[in-house]
Every structure is written in structure tokens, then in C-alpha cells.
Design a protein around this ligand. Structure first.
Ligand code: GLU
Length: 301
């Protein structure tokens, strides 16, 4: 029997921008979707939205972009619950999760440079195309852990997940997506993803699953460009005994050229529209209703 609507707990969502550049219309749309799922009619009201600042990449994250994100959300008339959560304040949590995966024998140190990985892929008998063309070929997977630990004292390295071993341990997994229904997780396609980078103490995937669990997120509302990421994030949740939230991947805002927006699309920057005297709440209402400024549209990447 379906429980009455009042018995279904209101969702806890999050908006999780990276402060590596200005927010654009696509980010504004994502923020509105997450906000609406938490507080709007769709979510039945009474939910919560958390603002998470994805700033583990110290080289690319800038304080002025954080200030601009806060100003953009205020301009759009969007609020959230509690203080913003900064990933850079939570590195010990990610490190503990990495330690767990390493203790399970599922994480290994990788000493390959980007150039070495590209050369190895290019030199392989049948140089792959498509997603496989950037998939890590597993070069360091077989290094004895003691030898790798000794090398790590002097050689820069990242940590990778042994995805095949991880899948063998968890068995088949799935997640639920409001747009896609029940999706079977297929994490092997992404190869041995990075868990902790040589220049950053965690990867997006690891930090993201730890945070979604710690913050009690029950509904992840984000762009369809992150569907691929969900496959391996679902795997990490299972390995770390974390609950799997529901997902709602929404279409992306496309620019006048029909391509998804990027930081280089300055005309689409919310700060530019704000500085030009635009009406934030009106833009928010338009985006909410699926009305986009001339030339922009919604589509799938
Ligand atoms: N920080 C990520 C981004 O800006 C989004 C992470 C997420 O929503 O899972 O692409």
C-alpha cells in the first residue's frame, strides 16, 4: 500500500557547485531544481536543501568564486538550510574512507603521469575510441603494495579503485532515478577511477559519496552530465556501507550553439546578468517554468 503523502519524509537535497569559476545559467537551473525538490510543491514542501561548496581542488578553487556563488543565489532569491558545507574542511572524512578501501585491498597507488597513461593507451594493440580512450589501462594495479608504499615516499602518486575487484565484492547494484527509473550500475565502463589525486587529498567521487551520506542527503538533484558518475558512486556507497539516495538527473541548459554551457560562456554567467541589472527572482521564476533567455534551451548532452 502506498503510504499517505504526509508519511513520506520530505527530501533533503543539495546544491554542490565547484568554486572554480562563475556560475552560469545551467548552475542556476540546477540550484532551482534542487531547491524546488526540497521546498516546492514537487517535494511536498518541508524538505531541506544544503549548500555544499566542492573546493577540494585547492589549485582551482577561489574565494572570490565562493563569494560570487553566494551573491548569485541571493540574487535569484534562493536560500538553503544551515551554513554552507566546505569540502576542504572535511578532508579527514575522505581520508578515513580511502583508508577503509585500502584496508579492504580495493585501493592501490598509481604512479603514472597523464602523459604516460596517454602513451600507453595509444600504444595498445587496438587503440580504443569513445569512453575507453581515456580509461586508465591498469598499469599500477599489479604493483606489490609494500613496494608501492616504499616508492610513495619519494614519488608523486594518486590512489585508484580496483573497480573489477570492487564489483566482484559487491555483486550487481542499481540506483533509482526519477527520470531514468531503476538503473543497473555499470561502473566497469569508467575504469579504475581516482580516489585521491596527486594534487588533491580526495577525488570528487569519494568526497561526494561520503558527503551525501554524512549530510543525510536523500535526493540528489543534478545535471544529466553526472549520470555517468553515478555508476561508480553507487559502487563506492556499497563498499563503504553508505545509504544510496534517490537521484533526479535533469536535462542541461544548452547555449545558442546547442552545446552545454561552460565557464567560457561569459554571456551566460549569472554574475554578468546580475551586474547588467537583471531581475534575479524573475529569472528564477522563468527557469523554474522552463522559459530560457533567447537562444538558450534545455536538452540532453
Ligand atoms: N561539484 C560538481 C560540479 O559542479 C557537482 C557535484 C554533484 O552535484 O554531485 O559539477
Amino acid at each position: 500500500m502506498t503510504p499517505p503523502a504526509s508519511a513520506i519524509p520530505a527530501p533533503v537535497t543539495r546544491f554542490a557547485p565547484s568554486p572554480s569559476g562563475p556560475l552560469h545559467l545551467g548552475h542556476g537551473y540546477a540550484a532551482i531544481m534542487a531547491h524546488d525538490a526540497a521546498y516546492g510543491d514537487v517535494g511536498g514542501g518541508g524538505g531541506r536543501m544544503i549548500l555544499r561548496i566542492d573546493d577540494i581542488d585547492a589549485a582551482r578553487s577561489r574565494r572570490e568564486h565562493v563569494a560570487s556563488i553566494l551573491a548569485d543565489l541571493a540574487w535569484l532569491g534562493l536560500d538553503w538550510d544551515g551554513d554552507p558545507v566546505f569540502q576542504s574542511h572535511r578532508l579527514a572524512r575522505y581520508d578515513a574512507a580511502l583508508g577503509r578501501l585500502a584496508a579492504m585491498g580495493l585501493a592501490y597507488r598509481c604512479f603514472c603521469t597523464r602523459a604516460a597513461i596517454a602513451a600507453e593507451i595509444a600504444a595498445s594493440a587496438s587503440a580504443p575510441h569513445g569512453p575507453a580512450a581515456s580509461r586508465y589501462p591498469g598499469t599500477c594495479r599489479g604493483i606489490d603494495p609494500a613496494a608501492a608504499a616504499a616508492r610513495a615516499a619519494t614519488e608523486p602518486h594518486c590512489w585508484r579503485l580496483d573497480v573489477a575487484a570492487a564489483v566482484a565484492r559487491t555483486g550487481p547494484l542499481a540506483w533509482h532515478d526519477a527520470a531514468l527509473g531503476t538503473v543497473a550500475a555499470a561502473p566497469l565502463a569508467g575504469g579504475d577511477i581516482v580516489l585521491a589525486r596527486r594534487d588533491a587529498p580526495s577525488s570528487y567521487h569519494l568526497a561526494n559519496v561520503v558527503d551525501d551520506a554524512d549530510l543525510g542527503i536523500t535526493l540528489v538533484v543534478r545535471g544529466a552530465d553526472l549520470v555517468d558518475a553515478t555508476h561508480v558512486q553507487r559502487l563506492l556507497q556499497a563498499l563503504l556501507d553508505l545509504p544510496s539516495p534517490r537521484y533526479a538527473h535533469h536535462p542541461l541548459v544548452l547555449g545558442p550553439d546547442g552545446r552545454r554551457l561552460a565557464k567560457r560562456d561569459r554571456a551566460a554567467a549569472l554574475a554578468a546578468l546580475r551586474d547588467a541589472g537583471g531581475d534575479g527572482p524573475r529569472l528564477a521564476a522563468d527557469l523554474h517554468a522552463g522559459r530560457f533567455p533567447a537562444g538558450y534551451s534545455l536538452g540532453n548532452p
